[in-house]
Write a protein that binds this ligand. Sequence first.
Ligand code: SF4
Length: 720
Amino acid sequence: MCEDAIRSICRSCHGGCGVLLRRDDADERVWVQGDPSNPNNHGFLCAKGRAASALARHPDRLTRPLRRIGPRGEGFFEEIEWDQALSIVTERIRDDVATAGPRSVVLAQGTDRNYQEWVFRFANSLGTPNVMGPADICFYPRVMAGILTMGGFTFVDYEGKPEVVLLWGSNKPMTNSDGVIGIRLLDAIAGGTQLVVVDPVETSVARRARVHLQLRPGTDAALGLGLIHQVFELGLIDADFIANHTTDAELLREHTRGWTLDRTADVCGLEAEDIFEAVRLYGGAASAGIEMGTGAQQSRDSFSSARLLVMLSGLCGNIDVPGGDVLWDPPGIVGRRTMPGSQLLPGGAEKDRLVGSHQILGMSGWAHSSTVFEAILSGKPYTPRSLLVFGSNLLVSYANSMQVERALRKVGFVMVADMFLTPTAYYADVVLPVPSWVERDQIVEHANYVAARNAVLSPMGESRSDEEIITELAMRLGLKGFWESPSQSLDARLAPVGRNWMRLQRDQYWANSLRYCKYETEGFPTHDGRFHFAPSILKKWGFPSLPEFSDPGSFNPSAPLILTSRHSPFYFNSEFRNVEALRDKQPYPIVEVSRQVAADRGLASGEWAVIERNGEVAFFKVRVSDRIRSDTVCASASWWYPEMGTPESWQLSNINALTDDCWSSPEMGSANLRGCRCDVRTLTPSERERIRAAFEATPPNVGDDDRRARIRTRRRVVPP
Ligand code: SF4
């Protein structure tokens, strides 16, 4: 027997597909189906969404709080009561605050699952300016580019039927990022929208593009400068918008003058006529939107690239117009804008934020992960003493994994809240179990809409939501600004718009009506109401006021290939490697190479290969492909092996074992993950032995050949 369907919102990724959920009477299973009435996905559901049931009742889910009883990283834990676990964490925070001040407590989180505001609220109320996350390699170069240029950031207006979409460094129909489901892009293409794709790989969506600019990884800013120069040259600018609403357009024209078609083509590894055609198409469209993905934001030029795309949109008159890039106009709930409670942070505390010299990231409120790890290791500028991690597998998610590991080993205290015992959780003093998305009520807020995520299963075991954990810790610490319970907060957060949780549950989805050209009546939300091509604050912080391309320098014969990485449609960042239905679709990490690279190095599809960089190695299965440039290799990102209980689980195929933070974005601190130099080769006998040993060291009945049915997080938990 199943209950009637309950409408909800999928959160197996950062998207937001509407779903219909049915629960069996035993509270053991949930059936998931796309909601045809949801305007975001029209019934579409990807493999990750369909796997929600497997995730919700996965046999390796954590069900009780754990306390570490062995050395860090070795994974020996005992089960403890919630009260005891929360007391340990509370006492530790109290002690750190008393001894070294609130700034010594650092909070960390992974990709947002609608509790980011809670993490920030807790940090602000506690008085620490240090919340770290993947902001600098994810959404925030875009956010800060928009905010500094025009006081906000934008989303493509698919309702307005864009004539052209410029899809840059994003495989949206596969990754469905940022609350914008790729199905909307595909619908737009089916309805006649022309596509320009910028991607080093010929993805399936690139094959549908009028123009595919298969650029050399890491040259996004050069291409942006070249496109803007051509827009000026061809007179494709919106002269009225520039004259009436912007500043410093002439400076930008001068700045880009040297970026001729030939120079841009040479630097980016493209054909000049393709660049010209892309400009003609984008700049000549009556309306056009820009979708920018992480591909252009995980490099030294992340901020410059993002700014150039904002500028391109502005120059061509596409900001806040139907079918263009509309400024975020959030519903007025206590949500993304106000929930973090920045007013709760004591005055002056933000100057202690661990951002190093990356002040634009600091302005966004985030600490810089590498700066945090360096501070733990060096004690400079001060020593973080505790790390409270909500849903982040730090060891595979950040550049320079070995530095992350050293920091996890050294920091005084680590708390991890997660569904599974990840490699990062192995380093925790206390591990707290949290529920999956079908087991929690949440307000989902994206772009101009809010929606109700309805719990349909009870939380597995004793798991408690991140919001519950934060509330409980806040109560115990006597922090201000919290509700008695997360469920009480739902009504309170919706009250400013005259709604409550019950009504949102009934309506399920509610969107602000779109308002176009807000700047014409209200001005842009900048100090003078204008759109700034060269914001003065950049100069004040010592950054170039106009975006520049960072030349990676001369060719290095020992590292002749350019390394980039990509996410799989079956996983979300580091998640789901232990969900069988998904792992079966991609059992191993992949490095995609061209036929030329394969022939030169004796690589064959399906065989293991080594990616080598600066003496570090990581192992991937080869896919020989016609889709990739012959100077580039593209590897699976954020891989780990839940079936291994050894450090090899996160070291063997972790692309971040090869990356570092040495050549990061000055403004944002984004590590250069897309465009560093490497080489690929076949395995030596000892490396072949290493792989064999790593898989053999997995628990009984889980092996390389026969692991399909039994992927398990290896747990060594001593019963109480
Ligand atoms: S795209 Fe994301 S939100 Fe949509 S079904 Fe897949 S995992 Fe769920």
